[in-house]
Ligand binder design. Sequence first.
Ligand SMILES: [Zn+2]
Length: 454
Amino acid sequence: MEKKYELTTRGRYAVALGAVLLVLALCFGFLAFGESKPPADYTGIWESHDKHWVYYEKGEPDADYTGAAEGTVNKQQGTYYVENGEVDLTYTGLGASETGWLYFNRGVLDNTFTGFARTGDDWYWVKGGTVDQSFTGTKSGTIEGETTWWYVLDGKAERTFDGVAKTKSGLCYFKNGKLDQNYSGIKFLDDTWYYFSKGKQDKNYKGISTNDKGVWYVQNGKVDFGYTGKVTHLGRTYKVKDGVVGNGKAVYLTFDDGPGQYTGQLLGILDHHKVKATFFVTGFFKNYLDCLEREAKAGHTIGVHTYTHDYAKVYNSEKDYWQDFEQMENLIQQHTGKRAIIFRFPGGSGNTISKKYSEGIMTKLVKEADEKGYIYYDWNVLSGDAGETKDSDKIYKNIVKGCAKHTHSVVLCHDIHEYTVNAMDKTIAKLLKQGYVLLPLDESTPTCHQNVNN
Ligand SMILES: [Zn+2]
């Protein structure tokens, strides 16, 4: 039994050799480790082994640390970006430091960088490599590939800001934190209402502008509350009192489904009263398409109402809708040299008939229109000419009664009906007498939207 525990001579040599190798390994291991370990209490970057730079906190590696750190990397002393305890030379963006956010370019602090930089979803204004947290105002720069003016609050791009702010090129209107180049109209700042054209204050503008509060006289790019007198706008003269034009209410007459056989007559009536209206046009009546040219030349607004106005066709799918829409755009361009920016859905955005052809299509079309840069208008006053009545006098009464209820009345009429066109002379005369300002829709008109039901 004892023999079992005895080693052979060969076995004894093997054990001795093993012990020697173990001691050697420990020695070399200690030497290697000892060489790369920083002094106790060292805080910063230390090269641990080939091309790996580790962050040490008081002599101990800290694998949780992410942010800026000092040290020598590739024999260069500097400030580097550390991610989870190790220098990351692929990182470009912001990193936290004791003094604030710093900008790193491929892991190295970049003191020459000035512009916007991100961390996560947030963008910050960086000046000379450091986020300038004391800065509030506007800066021109690039965020998500878009170069424009941005509103900055305490160093951070405030992407929810909606209002007026100063830029180097004057006062500008900001929406969602960026210069809104689509905006024309008036906006309020410090007791004053300024007039903006494509997002920038237009100091040369003189005329009428509207907002949710009313219709105003603008001079030198500001609402002139001191003015009482007269103003001529789009060829028609209105009374002004303390900056308020007319009775302070605007009426937008809109005519759908044409041009048709009564459109010429209507254009004559509008011309006679020197008022402008809006036409939401179709390509339905081929013999009257020349009216598009007359409408544009007279200064009326033309909007798309689809080419066929066939519910089954246009509401079959989004693709069908935009194809038909585009066909009408091309026709408008052919006749007027310009494309329309505003449009009206057949049946309005609140129609439910589209449900029969495609569930949820209106919700999608409304979203797509916005993405394409189109503005749609529904209405808030019915003339009643879409089924309720064929009586011109009833149409006249419906409109006059309806307009009394709104600051901005968008009136739904159809110039394909003789009884509607016959009501217009009397209706327009009455509205003007009551002090309304009759305007064509444009991109600055407050939108008038129904609830989307499909
Ligand atoms: Zn229609």
